[in-house]
Ligand binder design. Structure first.
Ligand code: HEC
Length: 157
């Protein structure tokens, strides 16, 4: 009987050890000229919002916490990053047309305002990602301002 129990415990432990060999590739690209932060001068508060709440899933640069390296958590994180980047990758900002940039600004402000973004699971693990009403308003005001600038630039070109 004792032996039986030992096997019952050994199986999950062995499985856990084995899955550690199957790790997704990390999202650690170089920051290029196309990154939003390189393309336009952002107020510090807006940079903080994006850094604390968005860029881990919406850029080519994720800051990993220690337990993010452990499967199956690493798989879950990787799928959030892949899906997030497919929708919006702020490292590629410079590659987009002004109209697409304006669309992205509008969507980002909407997602923040409605509380859809950042994802709840993320906020739970990253307390700094919880945005205050003031931060949401600051983001909204900035997004409108940049949109207007982009529009003027388009008209003048
Ligand atoms: C934990 C990862 C994660 C974080 C952090 C995160 N997002 Fe997302 N985001 C996703 C994923 C996954 C999707 C695609 C699936 C979905 O819409 O839920 C997405 C989708 C989006 C979309 C497209 C929505 C649509 O329906 O077109 C926008 C815009 C967006 N996020 C903005 C933001 C902004 C702004 C922040 C920061 C305030 C943020 N996200 C933080 C993972 C994340």
């Amino acid at each position: 009987m004792k032996k039986y129990f030992r096997i019952i415990f050994a199986i999950p432990v062995a499985l856990f050890a084995i899955i550690q060999f199957f790790q997704p590739e990390k999202n650690r690209g170089e920051i290029t000229q196309n990154h939003l932060f390189e393309q336009t001068a952002l107020p510090e508060g807006v940079q903080t919002i994006l850094k604390n709440a968005c860029l881990d899933c919406h850029s080519n640069q994720t800051t990993y916490l220690w337990y993010h390296q452990i499967a199956p958590v690493s798989w879950m994180i990787n799928s959030h990053i892949a899906d997030g980047k497919a929708e919006l990758n702020l490292s590629e900002w410079g590659n987009w047309e002004p109209l697409d940039q304006m669309g992205a600004l509008d969507k980002m402000a909407d997602e923040i305002k409605s509380g859809e973004m950042p994802l709840n699971a993320y906020v739970l693990m990253h307390p700094k990602a919880k945005l205050t009403e003031e931060q949401k308003e600051q983001f909204h005001a900035w997004s409108e301002k940049l949109s207007e600038e982009l529009l003027l630039k388009m008209i003048n070109e």
